[in-house]
Design a binder for this molecule. Sequence first.
Ligand code: SF4
Ligand code: SF4
Length: 378
Amino acid sequence: MLATDLLAAPPSGPAGGSLIEAARLMNVCNSCRYCEGLCAVFPAMELRREFTTGDLNYLANLCHSCGACYYDCQFSPPHEFNVNVPRTLAKVRANTYQTYAWPRAFAPLFDRNALKISLIMASSVALFIIGFVLANDPATLFAANDSPGAFYRLMPHNAMALLFGGVFTFSLVAMTMGFRMFWRDIGEPAETLTEPPSVWQAMKDAGSLRYLDGGGVGCMNEDEKPSDRRKLYHHLTFYGFMLCFASTISATGYHYLFGLQAPYPWYDLPVVLGTLGGIGLLIGPIGLLVAKRKRDPAMQDEVRFGSDAAFILMLFLTSLTGLLLLVLRATPAMGMLLAVHLGVVFTLFAMMPYSKMVHGLYRFGALVRYAKERRQHV
Ligand code: SF4
Ligand code: SF4
């Protein structure tokens, strides 16, 4: 049943259409319940008789898009009930990235032409850095130098910290504000986030991608043959990103606590973490892009495809340029590579709050709420 908020003010536009369709499907599924063992979405749905906008946004972010309920469903197209849960929830989920974007005016930034905009932004930042070097000390741009402090001869450490610290801090604030709006919209009190059993359960479920396994057999992608490939690529991407983040934190510690300047020898912690993370962030995004291209179009949100692909490509380019910089840092290519790498990293930070990146946050929140609901209803 549609809840009063959807009945009183039926949402207009494609976003509203997806919400109405999601409410219709949840009513069909609530009568059927054949898929209740596949993932967290169906048990969470069964706790409700009507679906508010917040409920649907919660269920959409709980869905891991494994595709199992599409292939298992006796009412999927060409049946007249036209039940396609993965695609409908993917559309609702994509709309949440826009709905909760902060500041709201920035929401469409990477929505259309995301690839073009991100490449232009990365090139502009790289060219700015190159121009800065050429204006100050052109010889350093092609100098073969990998001694400590060599990076900061191109761009002073303080300028680098200000530029990248600034954009990263802004992204963190924007994502926190977005999460706050999501949390309010689904009707959860702030205290839920301080309940250790719910948070711990959500960390385990998110860390193992528990619901990306089609109920145990694997994820459906290009056809109904299940496989764990998408799960593996997701893991490589997520843990690769976390290792690269840990590498940045440790490098900051080296700089400020021990007074040691980058670049560091290959055996130092920042380089070891960055290399391992970079390899994960090279293989994972490529695997995800290939899986996305091969994915059964019936389950895809075709409108969102370009934007998601642009973000995944930026993750890949961050890793590729970082690893090239590591391998070629003692050569005259170091200056150009550093400028390109910094341009890509800046763009990745800037697009985080307006890209698929936020699905990790909202999904984690949805898992926390689900863990709480499960404990309350056992
Ligand atoms: S997706 Fe189909 S089979 Fe599964 S619960 Fe819904 S209606 Fe039933
Ligand atoms: S696509 Fe997978 S995770 Fe999403 S609702 Fe269907 S079975 Fe659950």
